[in-house]
Design a protein around this ligand. Structure first.
Ligand code: OXD
Ligand code: MN
Length: 575
């Protein structure tokens, strides 16, 4: 790679604090980092054209096109390799090539896997140090023979001798985030942002890992993991899949409004799950940090996230206050009178523009979360009792619904749709199917992915988690959210807990089991609103079935029979 990329230097990262601090200092000097008044924290402004995951330039280059499936962009692997070799030729001239050995998951866990990212971005190195277990200890574990996933990254902006660097080098017009599922290799060119560049996250822990999981009999999922304890001290673990920027971080560290209940955080974005010898499904969070969406995060909406980012945090594309702190829309009711926007421009409330980019992010160690679960680093993982699927749906879908079976729950996952958010560059607010919240992250044919889920449920001796569909985002006719969400979601978690324990009450409906009653003690909500939250909109549901039928045609013969029959069963139940 060195002879292809022609870097000026090569540094093998040891993952130490000293190394991290030196890179931060280097980035302050180059204008990439602005030190903040929060201890150990920095603001970074990206190039205005490189602000989110780029789905149109993300490719799954399987040997056969049909194996990438209809939901992925495919290109012939040989042609792509040629293109990449051209792009990477001399791409690191004038820059340092950093070698980042990292482990996704605790080093001693059987569920974990190792990767090595090479990059010419010190921003990537610092973020990877927070997001993964990184450095010498990983190299030691690898030894001479160890296996790892090669992850190759360049911002694609060679630096001419004597030329001053820009704060955020990138090469937007040539961006390519490329996965070779058979070779299990990742090449990413031209972007420095989030999932495009921190290759342990979406590229490895989801796209490549989903292929490994299919082949080896486990799950790599876009899910948070939380521990839920009832007032008697009994604890269960829940995994939950929601599309990007739909509140995974908020749910993962929710402060329950119900007295005596406790939520603790294992992970906020990705879960790797494997059946244990006892037949239960065990989950680890392969990451060690959060790369969370800043806008909307406040002391009210997510006090635990606010505490997690009070120090040692990298902020990207937030606004800067006059006293050297950060701000974003939704952080306080009243915006400050003056700011410097994410674009580096003077900003006042009269500017009529957003001060922070809608996909502005914070990177912070999960260990700083005040409610981090004691088992978050446990190599065994945590046993999952319930799996939730949800999306942003302003109508039709009820607040919560329990699946009749694993197969029915797999159908819930396959049917997820959600209004799009700024986490990706595509149009915001458009309702799209996002099966299992994995649409941008499944590394193979989505029909085969459904089949993998169905098959895993047939495993002998498996003690399968119960499966739920949830929707915090249903609106009334005037467009107002019906459900307050955030800490009040603990009321839904309580019902799920009781169902798992066998004590919760439910009514059977065509969609699944709904709560007979939800604990709304102390909540200022009218009985009509509750009714609307669970209203069985038969017409809307029939339209949903038609819409799903049309969507599932995309998968042709690779749509498993289990999903097809669940859809017809729902159609029949709706009458
Ligand atoms: C993320 C995403 O960054 O899903 O987690 O976009
Ligand atoms: Mn995500």
């Amino acid at each position: 790679m060195a002879s292809l990329c022609e870097p000026k230097n090569i540094v093998i990262c040891d993952g130490s604090q000293q190394e991290y601090d030196a890179l931060c200092q280097k980035m302050i000097a180059s204008g990439t980092f602005i030190p903040l008044k929060r201890p150990g924290s920095f603001l970074c402004r990206s190039d205005p054209a490189d602000v989110a995951r780029c789905e149109d330039c993300t490719f799954i280059c399987s040997e056969k096109e049909e194996d990438a499936g209809p939901t992925n962009h495919w290109q012939d692997p040989k042609e792509m390799e040629r293109r990449l070799r051209g792009l990477f030729k001399g791409c690191m001239r004038g820059r340092t090539l950093y070698v980042i050995p990292f482990s996704m998951g605790p080093l001693t866990s059987d569920i974990s896997h190792i990767g090595v990212e090479i990059t010419d971005s010190p921003y990537v190195v610092c973020n990877m140090r927070m997001m993964t277990r990184m450095g010498s200890k990983v190299l030691e574990q690898l030894g001479e023979e160890g296996k790892f996933i090669p992850c190759i990254h360049s911002v694609g902006a060679p630096l001419k001798e004597g030329k001053k660097d820009v704060p955020w080098p990138c090469n937007v017009k040539n961006r390519a985030i490329v996965h070779f599922p058979e070779k299990r290799t990742i090449w990413s060119f031209g972007s420095g942002y989030g999932g495009n560049a921190l290759l342990g996250k979406k590229c490895f822990a989801l796209r490549i890992a989903s292929v490994m999981a299919r082949d080896q009999g486990w799950f790599a999922e876009h899910m948070l993991i939380l521990g839920l304890t009832n007032p008697k001290g009994k604890k269960i673990y829940i995994a939950a899949a929601f599309p990007s920027a739909c509140g995974k971080t908020n749910l993962a560290m929710l402060q329950p409004s119900l007295p005596g209940w406790k939520v603790e955080t294992v992970g906020d974005d990705i879960a790797w799950m494997r059946f244990g010898k006892d037949g239960r499904l065990y989950a680890i969070n392969p990451e060690t940090g959060m790369f969370g969406v800043a806008p909307g995060t406040s002391k009210e909406s997510n006090p635990h996230a606010m505490e997690s980012i009070s120090q040692n945090t990298i902020f990207t594309n937030t606004a800067l206050t006059d006293d050297g702190d950060v701000w974003w829309e939704g952080m306080t009711k009243e915006p400050p009178k003056h700011l410097v926007s994410w674009l580096g421009e003077e900003w006042t409330p009269a500017s009529g523009k957003k001060a922070a980019h809608p996909n502005a992010r914070f990177t912070a160690p999960i260990s700083q979360c005040p409610v981090v679960d004691p088992a978050y680093d446990d190599p065994k993982g945590v046993p999952i009792s319930a799996i939730l699927f949800g999306g942003r749906r302003s109508s039709v879908m009820p607040l919560v619904c329990e699946a009749f079976s694993w197969r029915h729950g797999t159908f819930f996952g396959a049917s997820v749709s959600s209004e799009t958010t700024a986490a990706s560059e595509s149009e915001v607010g458009k309702l799209r199917h996002d099966p299992f919240a994995m649409l941008p992250f499944c590394g193979y044919h989505m029909g085969d992915y459904f089949l993998h889920w169905l098959k895993m449920g047939e495993r002998e001796g498996a003690q399968l988690p119960k499966i739920y569909a949830v929707n915090w985002f249903r609106k009334d006719r005037s467009g107002k959210f019906l459900w307050p969400g955030f800490g009040e979601n603990s009321r839904v978690l309580k019902w799920i807990f009781e169902r798992v324990e066998g004590s919760g009450n439910a009514v059977e409906t065509p969609l699944g089991y709904l709560p007979k009653s939800l604990d709304i003690n102390g909540l200022n909500i009218s009985p009509q609103t509750i009714e609307e939250l669970f209203y069985e909109d038969r017409e809307g549901l029939r339209r949903e079935v038609e819409w799903l039928k049309e969507y599932f045609k995309l998968f042709g013969k690779r749509l498993p029979e289990g999903i097809r029959s669940e859809l017809s069963a729902l159609e029949k139940r709706l009458g």
